[in-house]
Design a protein around this ligand. Structure first.
Ligand code: G
Ligand code: G
Ligand code: NA
Ligand code: MN
Length: 253
């Protein structure tokens, strides 16, 4: 309860910040996008992970405030990168299914698109797969609306949730992100046939694949051989602040 009240304050007091992690085209080695990952710099407790405070925000409508802040800041960053070499990057923001179910974020993203024409082609929205969420009609309708507006949609942490194949094939999405536990987890080696199957499944459904959690060159090479389109992970870069990301980007080119 304390943390929830403090989080509400944190938005106003500017304690939230987005970090960015590059997404690499595995065929060309080029950076084609980045994922925005939320950080909370608490004046006394230091940096708090979204893994800690997002679940707290999700227990109340506070998640809507957080989500709208994330969307606005992602747009601001895209605009700041206009007229720079980073202008071609797609930027992914994470959205909680709790927000999609309430629908307010959908209206917000409609307004954003009116205010910033074309922004929907630069912005991708990542939604984490979790038990049964895509069978919730409100969530499905929200995804349909965002898709109709032209936003790119991705299912995050794929393989750890339980989305049924029948729903998966009907989602208006463009990408699946394979959860990092398959790539860099303890069982990563024995997972190779599973990863291959996930990639084939995604391609059958006409979705692109992003592999998360790439920590070694060999992992990126085996994924490329399996026709995985994109990769993300500590091997390329950890999530870093925008200014550091710009430096990293210029050196990577
Ligand atoms: O960056 P990493 O530890 O730091 O992220 C931890 C978890 O928090 C991940 O599951 C990630 O998807 C989630 N997360 C990161 N940023 C955001 C965000 O802006 N919104 C939501 N809803 N989740 C986020
Ligand atoms: O749930 P989501 O996929 O959005 O979470 C991203 C999380 O994964 C962040 O916490 C980010 O810091 C973390 N992450 C990104 N790349 C790697 C990696 O190569 N290895 C590990 N262990 N974690 C990673
Ligand atoms: Na994500
Ligand atoms: Mn993920």
């Amino acid at each position: 309860v304390v943390l929830e009240a403090e989080l509400r304050e944190a938005i106003v007091k500017n304690e939230l910040q987005l970090f960015y992690q590059p997404q690499i085209n595995l065929k060309t080695g080029q950076v084609e996008g980045c994922e925005a990952l939320l950080r909370w710099f608490h004046p006394e407790r230091g940096m708090i992970s979204p893994a800690v405070f997002i679940p707290i925000a999700e227990r109340s409508m506070l998640i809507e405030e957080v989500g709208m802040w994330v969307v606005q800041e992602t747009v601001n960053q895209i605009r700041r990168w206009e007229q720079t070499p980073l202008a071609m990057l797609g930027v992914s923001a994470n959205l909680s299914v709790k927000e999609l179910a309430s629908g307010r974020i959908v209206d917000y993203l409609a307004d954003i698109r009116n205010e910033h024409p074309g922004i929907e082609r630069r912005m991708e929205l990542e939604i984490t797969e979790s038990f049964g969420v895509f069978s919730d009609k409100r969530v499905f309708d929200a995804l349909e609306s965002l898709h109709a507006m032209g936003y790119q949609l991705a299912i995050d942490d794929f393989g750890t949730g339980y989305s049924s194949l029948s729903y998966l094939s009907r989602l208006p999405i463009q990408r699946l992100k394979i959860d990092r536990s398959f790539i860099s987890g303890e069982d990563a080696c024995s997972n190779a046939p599973l990863i291959e199957t996930i990639i084939k499944l995604a391609h059958t459904l006409k979705y692109d694949v992003v592999a998360e959690g790439i920590e070694q060159l060999e992992q990126s090479e085996s994924l490329r051989k399996l026709d995985c389109e994109y990769g993300q992970g500590f091997y390329y870069s950890r999530p870093i602040p925008a200014d550091e990301f710009e430096v990293w980007f210029m050196q990577h080119q």
